[in-house]
Design a protein around this ligand. Sequence first.
Ligand SMILES: [Zn+2]
Length: 128
Amino acid sequence: MGGRLMRWQPDTCEEFPFGGCVIEYDGPNELAFFTRVVRTCKRHRGLVGEDVHTAVHGENIRKNTAMAIAARVAALDLSKTDEIGFEFSSEQVLTLVFAPGTAGHLPSIRRELDAQYGPGVILVRIRP
Ligand SMILES: [Zn+2]
């Protein structure tokens, strides 16, 4: 290959960063040529090789896209992690978690996510 081996630790994995998946690539980013899985997190332990890559990459894209949609609808700043967060269930269901001040935007965020992904595919809730 002649490329540079890079490691990616998806922030969507269980116990990121200390116990999360670590995936190695030959190239500049996670879309580059997959080489191997260095470590799998609890949630992805049942997967092997490129299936780990497919799963974590898909989750990461879904999380980033859903958060961008929510941020646009509610005019949130994605760099402020206290405004918007996320969690994946063991069944890989994504829930976006919002600060209490965002409660008024929840119906429109839910409506937009349902329109993009199908009803109830991505869940939303206000954190206590
Ligand atoms: Zn993982």
